[in-house]
Structure formats: structure tokens, C-alpha cells
Design a binder for this molecule. Structure first.
Ligand SMILES: Nc1ncnc2c1ncn2[C@@H]1O[C@H](COP(=O)(O)OP(=O)(O)OP(=O)(O)O)[C@@H](O)[C@H]1O
Length: 223
């Protein structure tokens, strides 16, 4: 990798909240074009790392949070549209709320079809299943249309087939991807690099093609 393509860099930094580091003494680089999976047990620091990565390039990162924060009374269309609120003027956003405009209608309609939400486009979020809500959450992040995608377990509420299809979709639409995942197979299938965390330390960092499921299962064993 050449130095110009380095997007994120930490050198011996303590990352965390206030005075208490969750990831002490972290050294890490992430390059353009990489698809990185963060693996490790619950509470090991994956979300914390994503948070600090996002802070380095806030305008370039499409962000898919762990818990969908949908507006319950608004439709799938409007909840996905919220991904680009900052991109349009207040007047356009208001007009689109009252009467959906042709351009976002076409764009979000196509996206919703890709997410398997074509039939739920005008249904309010409160009437969607948990898996459908999580796909709307993902749709909102995809609609942000930014070069880097970061997701915190973005497909964990979905069945295996849907999860694979949507991971493929987000990888096709973004040059650089960083995902916190709990599923080893998904990491091996969709990512080019795997970073394993244990208790706030990077204990594994390797290209996916050099790893297999057995190498990664150790991340989930009690030390
Ligand atoms: N806002 C916060 N303020 C203080 N501590 C926090 C905050 N968010 C998380 N932590 C702490 O940081 C540690 C790492 O949490 P983090 O959410 O990064 O783990 P994770 O690997 O993403 O877990 P999971 O897989 O369960 O989402 C935990 O001990 C958690 O209590």
C-alpha cells in the first residue's frame, strides 16, 4: 500500500471515553480500497474503534449504527431519505416530506428494491419487522452515498442469505469498508482484511486470504 492511500492512522494512541481508554496504545492504519472486518467478543472495543475512525473523516463516512434510530411514524422512503438530509436545502427536505420528489423517489425506490423493501416503501417504520427495520437502517446509510462505509453489525438481524446479499451490495457501492461483525464466515467471505480484538488489544491483523475459520475462532475463547 502506498502512503497516499492511507485513510486512517493511529500511532500509539489511547482511544476511549474520557480518561479511561478502551483501546490503549493503539497503532493502526487503514488504507483506501480495504474491506476490513473487526472481530472480537462483546465489549472488546469494536464500536469504540469505529467511533474514533468516523471522527477522523466525518464527511466521507456513510455510517450504519448498531441500533436503528428510525422515526416510527415516517415511511421507509422518508427514513431512508434522512440519510441525505444534510445534502439538500431545508426547503427541499420539507417539500419532499409533504410530497416526495421525483429524483429521491426514483433513487430510493431502486435502493428499496435492492434491500427487499419494495413492497414496504410507503409503510411506516413502526409497522415493519425487526429485520425490515434493520434493512431501512442500512438503506439510510447507503443513501448517504459516501466513499467509505462503516457499519456496526449492520446485518446481524438478518438471515444468512439476506445478510450475504446486503454485505455484497454495500461492498460493491463503497471503495472502502470497515465493519464490526460477529459472524466469522461473513468476515472471511466479504472482507479483505481481518482485525481481531481482545480486551481492547489488536491480537490479530492479517489479510483474509491467509486466514481460515479456525484461526478466528480463538478470538471468542476465554483466555
Ligand atoms: N459511551 C461510552 N462511555 C463510556 N464507556 C463506554 C461507552 N461506550 C462503550 N463503553 C465501554 O467501552 C467498552 C467497549 O465497548 P464497545 O461498545 O466498543 O464494545 P464492542 O466490541 O463494540 O461490543 P459489542 O460487540 O457488544 O457491540 C465497554 O467496556 C463499554 O462499557
Amino acid at each position: 500500500m502506498n502512503a497516499d492511500s492511507c485513510l486512517f492512522q493511529f500511532h500509539r494512541q489511547n482511544l476511549g471515553y474520557g480518561a479511561s481508554p478502551v483501546l490503549p496504545d493503539l497503532t493502526l492504519k487503514i488504507y483506501q480500497g480495504e474491506r476490513v472486518a473487526l472481530l472480537g467478543e462483546s465489549g472488546t472495543g469494536k464500536s469504540t474503534l469505529l467511533r474514533h475512525l468516523r471522527e477522523l473523516r466525518p464527511k466521507e463516512v456513510a455510517w450504519c449504527p448498531q441500533n436503528p434510530s428510525l422515526v416510527p411514524v415516517l415511511s421507509t422512503f422518508h427514513n431512508i431519505y434522512m440519510g441525505r438530509l444534510a445534502h439538500y436545502s431545508v426547503w427541499y427536505n420539507l417539500a419532499n416530506l409533504v410530497r416526495p420528489q421525483a429524483k429521491p423517489k426514483a433513487e430510493i425506490g431502486e435502493l428499496a428494491d435492492n434491500l427487499g423493501l419494495g413492497s414496504q416503501l410507503w409503510q411506516s417504520a413502526e409497522r415493519l419487522s425487526g429485520g425490515q427495520q434493520s434493512r431501512v437502517n442500512l438503506g439510510r446509510a447507503l443513501y448517504q452515498n459516501r466513499p467509505i462505509f462503516m457499519g456496526d453489525e449492520p446485518v446481524s438481524a438478518l438471515d444468512e442469505r439476506q445478510a450475504d446479499a446486503l454485505l455484497q451490495l454495500l461492498c460493491v457501492r463503497h471503495k472502502t469498508v470497515v465493519l464490526a461483525l460477529h459472524n466469522i464466515e461473513q468476515a472471511l467471505t466479504h472482507c479483505t482484511r481481518i482485525i481481531g480484538l481482545r480486551a481492547g488489544r489488536v491480537v490479530l491483523d492479517a489479510p483474509t486470504h491467509t486466514l481460515n475459520a479456525a484461526d478466528l475462532s480463538g478470538l471468542y475463547q476465554v483466555a
